[in-house]
Design a protein around this ligand. Structure first.
Ligand code: XIL
Length: 442
């Protein structure tokens, strides 16, 4: 048996290993199997839901043999699927877990008693660490159940669709909306009493082909965009309470608007037109402008605040989303503070959106190291401390852009390994998670 304590001291990972060696019933008459049969398994008790156990069959010499799990004495047997098997108990208690392998000479079993509790030493939930702002997670409709669901429900009170509420998904062909995934995410959020942040209505990087190649006049294009914004926002009015209306409109390193199809078709004032459509569609929704590199790209930040000031003068904006795709080295706390200061001085809400903290921006490691884990913990703590220090009236949410390290969009985007999120592949909270909580400790 071994116990792994994380260094923050608040999470306990219990791993129980035990082994039973096979004994032949009749050593004289039974030929030795080619590989000795050793039946063994590990048990991990979830840190997010202490009633859930995950068992891993670590037996050897059992290739081709049937094996079964039994999670309670005399309970039903579950055939082993050759991978981690999860079981959720209904109530706290002591349970006998048995792994049975059908060996040629008869069944071989390994078993152990596990204790599951309702209140084992779980870390505090992120959402419970503050009542001044919500803690958000980017989700995909197929990652909301099982262990994803345990973590979502326990730790988060704000959801953003990672990609399924973008125009290319919701409006794949002219006149035909597809709200299947968006509905599932919104329903999930509503059912679980979470805020839902709509992301994103207008983004040059998620345009369906038919919009890029729109065959009508410019006026027809604008009417179509108004209809789209209205259709989507009225569908989710009262459920999706905030929206990124326009995302990433500004060119990198400049004060220029991207020459997107929206700008080409609707003119330089396309942004205020879209925010007006949005305000009309759902006057109660909070409207955000969202972009990346707003902390250190000085020209971009200035251009963003020009756009925001123009919208504010027409009462068309409520907040700024600063995408926090950052790394352990960069940007500095002063750079992060600068976008907060500009937002606060305008009396707007600040969303630290899309938080992920790369630990391998220079591609110099091939596995996650303790040193990088500590650097990431420190950076996350710094980001959350900056956020928490702003006046309460400006606070809105910090949203983390993905759950497990293996699920981050950044691995594809940069084409190199990284571990930028708060949970590891086994759904265990990392030091970065501890850093988030530390920032909010009294
Ligand atoms: C990314 C998602 O993470 C991916 O799953 C999707 O395929 C592409 O978009 N800026 C944004 C986000 O505003 O919507 C992007 O999300 C990441 C960059």
């Amino acid at each position: 048996m071994k116990y792994l304590l994380n260094l923050g001291g608040i999470c306990v990972l219990l791993v129980i290993s035990f082994t039973i060696f096979a004994c032949s019933k009749d050593d004289d008459s039974t030929p030795e199997p080619p590989t000795p049969i050793i039946v063994s398994f590990d048990v991990i008790i979830s840190q997010q839901n202490s009633l859930r156990v995950t068992v891993n069959n670590t037996s050897t010499g059992v290739n081709g043999l049937n094996s079964y799990w039994q999670f309670t004495e005399n309970g039903p047997v579950v055939s082993d699927q050759a991978g981690p098997e999860m079981h959720l108990y209904d109530a706290a208690g002591e349970y006998l877990i048995t792994l049975t392998v059908e060996a040629p000479d008869g069944d071989i079993q390994a078993s152990e008693i596990v204790t599951v509790t309702d209140d084992n030493e779980m870390h505090p939930a992120l959402k419970d660490a503050t009542d001044k702002f919500s803690v958000g997670m980017a989700v995909q409709s197929n990652r909301m159940d099982g262990q994803h669901g345990d973590i979502l429900v326990r730790e988060f009170n704000n959801l953003t669709a990672e990609y399924e509420m973008k125009m290319n998904i919701m409006y794949p062909s002219e006149g035909n909306y597809d709200f299947t995934a968006a509905d599932a995410i919104v329903d999930y959020g509503v059912t679980n009493d979470m805020d839902i942040h709509g992301h994103t209505l207008i983004w040059h990087n998620a345009i369906p082909d038919w919009v890029d190649n729109f065959s009508g006049t410019d006026q027809e294009f604008e009417d179509m965009i108004e209809d789209y914004i209205t259709t989507v926002m009225t569908r989710y009015a009262g459920e999706v309470r905030s929206w990124d209306v326009v995302n990433e409109a500004i060119e990198d390193g400049s004060n220029q608007l991207r020459n997107s199809v929206f700008r080409q078709r609707m003119g330089d004032d396309y942004i205020s037109k879209c925010y007006q459509f949005a305000r009309n569609a759902d006057p109660d929704a909070l409207l955000f402008y969202n972009d990346y590199n707003l902390t250190f790209d000085v020209g971009k930040q200035a251009a963003m605040f020009d756009i925001v000031d123009d919208l504010a003068s027409q009462n068309l904006i409520d907040g700024v989303g600063a995408q926090m795709h950052i790394d352990i080295f960069f940007p500095s706390s002063a750079q992060i503070q600068s976008v907060v200061d500009g937002t606060v001085s305008r009396g707007l809400k600040m969303h630290f959106a899309e938080l992920d903290v790369r630990v391998n921006p220079n591609n110099d490691i091939t596995s996650f190291t303790e040193a990088r884990a500590i650097a990431q913990q420190n950076k996350v703590r710094e980001v959350v401390e900056i956020y928490d220090a702003m006046p309460d009236v400006n606070k809105f949410a910090i949203t983390i852009w993905g759950m497990r390290d293996t699920e981050t969009w950044l691995i594809d985007f940069w084409g190199q390994p990284d571990w930028p999120l708060l949970y590891d592949v086994a759904f265990q909270p990392k030091r970065a998670h501890t850093g988030f909580l530390e920032a909010l400790e009294d």
